[in-house]
Design a protein around this ligand. Structure first.
Ligand code: ZN
Ligand code: FE
Length: 262
């Protein structure tokens, strides 16, 4: 399989998986980058996977479906233009000979889903892969537009529990700004410092920082580390004396800190 991040808008990626003949895309907010890639690589589009209803993830779905006849999959609980195969946790999608499991990961939106495949061979290496939309970013997580801190924490726990070598295909190139925040939260995290350096190098060469890996995210992403004493203490110190003590409360403080971080 070939795994390609097609840039769209200012910082979106439309992920494409293809076998040289058939392709699937994830969250095509814009149809044009997908049409261009299909033509350039002489591919047929067989499936469109949608993680949540936001326009930067769905804007190109109708044009692509109408032009190619691709099957469209999306979250059961969100308003996505029909026709659509509606999915929730426990459901599966098979395409390109791959089997994807659907995970419910609410928080960014109420019905957000992710697509996990236990084994995909890319560049000769077999590893799991997850298309996680705007739930998990490298070094960060999505904003809580329709969910609570407790829901997002549970969703991120679910993703963090995937195998360490899972390729993490997020929908935005937010890594460098996320890592600046992560350094403020955990200034003594050496793995974070060296990861930041590696990502700065990739961006300087105009390469994506993604896909990331779950084991990398466990080591550097403050939103997967909010129960660690150093991270929780930093979030509480930032918020002052009135800081809540439970896990979801600390996670919420961390998310609010990031919302105002420059
Ligand atoms: Zn979104
Ligand atoms: Fe988005």
């Amino acid at each position: 399989m070939n795994l390609i991040a097609l840039p769209a808008f200012t910082d979106n990626y439309i992920w494409m998986l293809h076998d040289g003949t058939q392709a699937l895309v994830v969250d095509p907010g814009d149809a044009q980058p997908v049409f261009d890639a299909l033509q350039r690589l002489a591919l047929q589009l067989s499936a469109i996977l949608v993680t949540h209803h936001h326009p930067d993830h769905t804007g190109g779905v109708a044009a692509l479906r109408d032009a190619t006849g691709a099957a469209v999959y999306g979250p059961a609980a969100e308003r996505i233009p029909e026709p659509l195969q509606r999915l929730r946790e426990g459901d599966g999608v098979s395409c390109l000979g791959l089997a994807f499991d659907v995970l419910d990961v609410p928080g960014h939106t109420a019905g957000h889903i992710a697509y996990y495949a236990a084994q995909v061979t890319v560049d000769g290496t077999a590893a799991p892969l997850v298309f996680c939309g705007d739930t998990l970013f490298s070094g960060g997580c999505g904003r809580l537009f329709e969910g609570t801190p407790a829901q997002m924490l549970a969703s991120l726990d679910k993703l963090a529990a995937l195998p360490g070598d899972t390729r993490v295909c997020c929908t935005h190139e937010y890594t460098l700004s996320n890592l600046r925040f992560a350094r403020a939260v955990e200034p003594a995290n050496d793995a974070l410092a060296s990861y930041q350096q590696a990502c700065e190098g990739r961006r300087a060469r105009q390469q994506p920082t993604l896909p990331s890996r779950i084991d990398t995210e466990r080591a550097i992403n403050p939103f997967l580390r909010s129960r660690l004493p150093a991270v929780a203490a930093a979030a509480r110190a930032r918020a002052g004396a009135a800081a809540p003590a439970d896990e979801a409360g600390v996670f919420g403080l961390l998310r609010e800190w990031k919302n105002g971080f420059q």
